[in-house]
Write a protein that binds this ligand. Sequence first.
Ligand SMILES: Cc1cc2nc3c(=O)[nH]c(=O)nc-3n(C[C@H](O)[C@H](O)[C@H](O)COP(=O)(O)OP(=O)(O)OC[C@H]3O[C@@H](n4cnc5c(N)ncnc54)[C@H](O)[C@@H]3O)c2cc1C
Length: 653
Amino acid sequence: MTLSLLYSRQAARSIAKKLAPTQTRLLASGDVTTLQPSSSRVTYNNIQPPNRRFIHSSSSTSPRQSTKAPQQFSPFQHRSRMLSTKPLSPDNSNMASVTPTPSDPQQFMHTTGASDAVWTHLHPYSANPTFPSLSKDLSTDICIIGAGISGIQTAYELVRRGKQVVMLEAREVLSGESGRTSGHLNNDLDDGYIEISKKHGEKGAKLAAESHAWARDRIGEISKELGIECEYRKLPAYDVSQYPRGTKEWQDEEKELKEEADLQAKLGIESHYDPNLTVKGWTGKIDQRGGMVVGNQATFHPTKYLAGVLKWLKEQPNFQCYTGTRVMDVHEKGIEVLGLGHKSVEIKTEAGHTVKAEYAVEATAIPLQKLSIITELEYYRSYCIAIRVPKGSVEDCLLYDNAEEYKYVRLTACDEKDDYMVVGGCDHKVGQEETTTRYGELEQWTRERFPQAGKVDYAWSGQIFEPVDYMAFIGKNQGCNKIYIITGDSGDGLTHGTLAGRLIADEIDGVPNEWESLYNPKRVGSIVKVLPSLVSHDLQINTQYKRFLQTDITDIEDLKPGCGGVLNTNPATQKPVAVYKDDNGKVHKYSAICPHLKGVVCWNAAEKSFDCPVHGSRFSKEGICVDGPAKANLSPFDEAAEKAQQGMTAWAE
Ligand SMILES: Cc1cc2nc3c(=O)[nH]c(=O)nc-3n(C[C@H](O)[C@H](O)[C@H](O)COP(=O)(O)OP(=O)(O)OC[C@H]3O[C@@H](n4cnc5c(N)ncnc54)[C@H](O)[C@@H]3O)c2cc1C
């Protein structure tokens, strides 16, 4: 039986969970009423989504203006390429037009979905540094697998300390979640310190606050040191209730926000509760004033920053990077007992090359071993839109509401006239719900609060990994002495990945680090506290195997060009087929069985991918693995599928 987690980031952050046992809707009057689950929300396997809010209209409360001075961006070069997107209709019926259909056949080598994140606006994929693929065997001090923020920050810390580092990346650099993030750098953590301290005690919560603060500042220091122009700046974070001011639910949430603010202050975070908090630019009728104010948070342009660090690394004699180099196996070799003998690590690539190293770091978002820590994680999709707002019309801040699936907001540069407001949220379990309605929900939420919002230019989604006890797993993998892992971002993976760099470099150097026990993948205390939930999550995961008895499409003829689905018309053979009909109407067939633990994948229409509902592995429409824990691709079942896969990987040869 596979064990995984149960607690979601939303479950922890929210208060709402306790307050909203059934779905709620804010009415025009500002009243709150309970509703039956929406029949319009499509889920796979008849599993209803968790509690969530449906906001249809606004309260009549008068608009408020912030007293805080708006922060302006410096002017940025406007990139000329714009996506051809249309504004959404109120019923989201033209939602599909927001998700671009890129003509680039290498799209899934650049990024983990069919859509592009807003970061490509000022930093296209072509601006990333390039590296060759590995064509020989190598030896090194440390081999880092994965070129996202975790791998790059770890490489930076180790290279600075004089270590020989080899980095291996399956696709292109920044092709994982680091290119699809929303870019908050905070120690106002998603899970909330009330929940974190229940699992890790106040001492653990303080270490969490301090380590994420260090990571937030470290990115600022490095960007300054290396001269990287990446919009890095400090700004406040605001946490507001999901309910309209004055309702009983609002009052209850405000009370909890106050408690959270008091605890944060005790832990050394610049946090306080302000009953009259307003946000400049929130002039829509929905009034959720009041909330927690957390000072000294930060944000940046993630891909500009990481490309800058990679450029610096590329110039260092003790750093090598190989892209298009998929790792298939990492294992320890040798025996070491009580300081006698010697253990090292061997890393095998798909192309058959071997890297020998003293240590390996799996910075692959999800570890490469079949069982291990992946059973203590839960896998979510999270959605974002980038919507134009006139420059200076919205306060430059981080904003979160407190809903079960909360919304989050930040600004990034667009052009001389506008900024982009990045609005994210609407998370759901991978492969278990319909994917195309979320952008409309985010847009509606934004327009109801920020009427000055203009056109949606970017809409994308990404993967979040929720650890059972809210803290990432960073350190030696279970059962290993020389293999480190970095996983379980909990929605705070930019800071988790950055602090991982220091923690792992310290461990390898034998420097004591007080964060070690909090993030140790071998920890048991906090995991034991959530065992009942682990079991319930495990049961939910196991129900996903019933897809062996289901079919999503009954006839390939019914598929429109550019769409996919799983055909399983003869469950007795247990050979469900993942079918993709390309834009020219050509059909490609793959095995629908995930190579990890044999779940049956589902079609993700928003990202044109096949997603596994069991442990969240994802595959491009060509069957290429883009999110682990799977390492291998979906097996092609016909010539068209085989050719499509070969075309995707040929660039690396
Ligand atoms: C929509 C969204 C919003 C988010 N917002 C925030 C936020 O505001 N703040 C925050 O702190 N966090 C946020 N996160 C989380 C954060 O972006 C991620 O946790 C973080 O980017 C993960 O970085 P990583 O380096 O660990 O993984 P990735 O960036 O995914 O990098 C892993 C790399 O490993 C490679 N790889 C995988 N398998 C192999 C293999 N077998 N061989 C070789 N290479 C391999 C992949 O191709 C990939 O390039 C958000 C995430 C999403 C999806």
